[in-house]
Design a protein around this ligand. Structure first.
Ligand code: GLY
Length: 390
């Protein structure tokens, strides 16, 4: 009898927790839709895409060349996926078109951010063959930046006096486009380059504790590493929070695409670095750098929190152990980001969803502002959670 009562209590507790979590996701989607509708009403059929706010807190549109141009159409595709409402599909098609020219832009590594979030999601949801062509062309353009000697894709073309061949940890995120292009085209070159880049990054971008260097500078004649430095972190030897989040997301995604256990192990080690970090706040949205000098008086980076949140949901599904631990981490971050401390009231925040992200602190650029990529990964995390909790 006692056992039966305990079992019933446990079942009731589980059902209650599950229904609270479903309610959170539903509430979040209602807020997300309100923000997106307000944004669409504000910008109409603009020819550029929302990225951040200006100094007066109004939405600022960015040209397709900007690395963040693909995130707004991505948000709209996710809203369409969730709601099945045609108005989001029509809007997503329009704002996806705004970044189409980028398929031929070989001057940047940010192709995955721009094209996978927009055309990639669009193709997944519509199977529009034109979107498929754009994805393949974009991958073709991106791999012109691959150097067989260094074993990776060049990130930046600027600062040539400082860096011979800079590769940033963020570049892991562009590999998803290559994996997709390999599947869509049947050409294994994209897969091989993605895997080579992931392997080189795994070898050179991580310290013994699995924190990351932001920029690794290679010698193109020998393939050797010349230097390991930062551009957006606190110092060359610190761990920039969004970089660590890109690593967590990137290796989790690489494991999904390849089933190579090395990538899963890497993602789990990165997760341990984050989850055991003494400077990770209790609510689990990190400061902009894990080694920022004035913690706790430093800005948080909601974008790093949102990226980690989405990555932890995926890791919790793919991992061979600790699944509940990763799910709990994701749930905790989601709850924090959904709270008034980070989620803006509709009609405020330039109609972006999340407040308090940090672009590039050392340059004092975009500090403590809404940034569209935080919204994108926040919406993605909500979708991932919704599918998991069903
Ligand atoms: N990829 C640039 C950034 O994360 O700021």
């Amino acid at each position: 009898m006692k056992n039966i009562i305990s079992l019933l209590c446990f079942l009731l507790f589980s059902v209650t927790i599950k229904s609270q979590q479903t309610t959170l996701t539903n509430q979040n989607f209602s807020t997300i839709e309100t923000h997106l509708e307000n944004m669409l009403n504000k910008i109409g059929n603009a020819e550029q895409n929302p990225g951040l706010t200006d100094k007066d807190g109004n939405v600022k549109l960015v040209s397709s060349k900007n690395w963040i141009s693909g995130f707004f159409p991505g948000c709209l595709w996710y809203a369409y996926e969730y709601s099945k409402d045609e108005k989001y599909k029509v809007a997503a098609q329009h704002f996806t078109k705004n970044v189409e020219a980028e398929q031929f832009n070989a001057t940047t590594h940010d192709m995955g951010f721009k094209i996978y979030c927009s055309f990639g999601n669009g193709y997944r949801l519509t199977h529009d063959s034109h979107y498929k062509d754009v994805i393949i062309q974009s991958a073709k353009t991106l791999i012109t930046r691959f150097n067989p000697k260094t074993g990776c894709i060049r990130s930046w073309d600027h600062n040539r006096d400082k860096w011979q061949f800079p590769v940033i940890i963020d570049n892991m995120m562009n590999l998803e486009l290559l994996f997709e292009a390999a599947k869509l085209s049947g050409d294994s070159i994209y897969y091989k380059i993605a895997v080579t880049h992931a392997n080189t990054t795994l070898k050179n971008h991580f310290r013994n504790d699995y924190s990351t260097w932001h920029v690794v500078n290679y010698d193109t004649a020998t393939g050797a590493v010349i230097s390991k430095v930062t551009a957006q972190g606190y110092s060359d030897e610190s761990c920039w929070a969004r970089g660590e989040a890109w690593g967590l997301y990137g290796y989790t995604m690489c494991y999904r695409e390849t089933k190579n256990k090395r990538y899963l192990e890497q993602a789990k080690k990165i997760a341990e670095y984050v989850l055991t970090n003494k400077n990770l706040p209790e609510d689990m949205v990190p400061y902009w750098d894990y080694n920022a000098p004035n913690i706790p008086n430093e800005e948080r980076d909601a974008s790093a929190g949102a990226i980690m949140c989405s990555a932890f949901y995926e890791l919790s599904v793919l991992s061979d152990n600790n699944n509940q631990k990763y799910k709990a981490a994701a749930d905790k971050i989601l709850a924090t980001l959904s709270s008034p401390a980070f989620s803006a009231a509709p009609g405020t925040n330039g109609n972006f969803i999340l407040m308090h992200s940090v672009g590039a602190r050392p340059k004092n650029s975009d500090v403590n502002v809404p940034l569209i990529y935080a919204d994108y990964y926040f919406i993605e995390a909500n979708l991932r959670k919704m599918y998991m909790d069903r």
